[in-house]
Design a protein around this ligand. Structure first.
Ligand SMILES: Nc1ncnc2c1ncn2[C@@H]1O[C@H](COP(=O)(O)OP(=O)(O)O)[C@@H](O)[C@H]1O
Ligand SMILES: [Mg+2]
Length: 266
């Protein structure tokens, strides 16, 4: 189980960024007291427009950046790991995935997978088992001995996803899982996430695509300007907003958020 408690992260914007974002305040609260809980066997979706704070929140949970305040806990029943105070330990239990990961050009999927497996301290047998499963799932066997520099974008993406999962993590955090993927690869990824749900993994994704959230996620948290505005199943969100379409619900929530924040310096 993943428990996210009051994560807040502020950035100092450069002058150029202030100009691009039309901001008057150089301090940007990208994640503002974000809290949610995800159970094993559940896919939770952080849904929001560009710049809402999704990547920032997921990077805090994944130990890639430190929040200003708040924390997230990986609760394994007999043990509760703080991502802020026990980041090394937390990294062994979770994986942060993004389709933008860069791979070293000179190496093959086979080599890279084993290399990262060793970095995680896995023995050879475990690496071989995990490799078989992931390479089968993502169809990597046929290009396992080809150098990254010779691979297509789709092959690189599949390889980077497989490598991120080398340690068979309990918690899978996937930032915009289908972004930039071709239709077939996107399908492989969403099918894989569903399979992981069946294996009782705890899964968090971020997306700006309503239909993906509606199809894939068991529960959704709608984030706008760094704040979670609503959390629930799609049906609960529709009921609460008196709509029958997630697009319409999102628009209602967005309007209300802007009204509420009206007096605030963003
Ligand atoms: N490293 C950074 N430095 C300064 N500002 C940042 C940085 N990363 C993100 N931001 C700003 O924080 C806000 C939220 O960004 P992000 O978390 O990437 O949103 P999302 O993933 O929902 O699109 C945006 O206004 C963005 O410009
Ligand atoms: Mg993002």
């Amino acid at each position: 189980m993943l428990i996210v408690e009051n994560i807040t992260k502020t950035y100092r914007l450069s002058r150029k960024q202030m100009y691009i974002e039309n901001a008057t305040n150089p301090l940007k609260v990208a994640a503002n007291n974000v809290s949610f809980t995800v159970k094993p066997g559940e896919i939770f979706g952080l849904l929001g427009p560009n710049g809402a704070g999704k990547t920032t929140t997921l990077r805090c949970i994944s130990t890639l950046i430190k929040p200003d305040s708040g924390d997230a806990y990986i609760d394994l029943g007999n043990e509760r790991i703080s991502v802020v105070h026990e980041d090394d330990k937390a990294r062994g239990k979770l994986s942060f995935l993004t389709s933008e990961l860069k791979l070293e050009e000179h190496f093959t999927p086979n080599y890279l997978f084993s290399f990262f497996g060793q970095l995680y301290g896995l023995d050879e047998e475990t690496i071989a088992q995990n490799k078989k499963k992931l390479f089968d799932t993502f169809g990597i066997n046929e290009f396992a001995e080809i150098k990254v520099s010779q691979m297509s974008t789709g092959m690189k993406q599949k390889t980077s996803i497989a490598i991120s999962l080398v340690h068979n993590p309990d918690i899978i955090i996937f930032d915009e899982p289908t972004n930039g993927l071709d239709v077939l690869t996107a399908r492989t990824v969403t099918d894989y996430l569903k399979e992981m749900r069946n294996e009782c993994k705890t899964i968090v994704i971020s997306t700006h695509i309503m239909s993906l959230a509606a199809k894939l996620c068991d529960r959704i948290g709608i984030i706008i300007d760094g704040k979670i505005r609503k959390i629930g199943t799609v049906q609960e969100i529709l009921d609460e907003t008196n709509t029958d379409d997630l697009d319409d619900a999102f628009f209602e929530i967005f309007k209300k958020a802007k009204e509420e924040d009206g007096g605030e310096l963003a």
